[in-house]
Design a protein around this ligand. Structure first.
Ligand code: ZN
Length: 99
């Protein structure tokens, strides 16, 4: 079954003001998008536990889940996946590695 690109609605472009959290996330996601194994691992690791908290975003050193899921890291990894999966033109310019 073909993926309909029209179904994937990217967030409307926002101005790239410094300090905008979503803009910052988007920037990181754009950088992460080509690194498939990285965001795949993040998506695999940042999954909810039975209580709906991220299993990986634990409080430093305690191992106690502290972040409601989806956590921001999962959000970034998910955004990177969407960028990679069909939203490249909207998110990042053609990134040809011609060698
Ligand atoms: Zn997490």
């Amino acid at each position: 079954m073909p993926i309909r690109v029209a179904d994937i609605r990217p967030v409307p472009p926002r101005d790239d003001r410094a300090g905008s959290p979503s803009g910052e996330h988007r920037r990181v996601a754009d950088e992460l998008a080509p690194m498939v194994e990285v965001w795949q691992r993040l998506l695999a690791e940042h999954v909810p536990d039975a209580a709906g908290r991220c299993r990986t975003c634990t409080k430093g050193g305690t191992g106690l889940p502290s972040m409601p899921w989806p956590c921001s890291i999962h959000g970034i990894a998910d955004m990177a996946r969407r960028v990679h999966d069909g939203d490249e033109s909207a998110a990042i310019g053609p990134d040809r590695l011609s060698s």
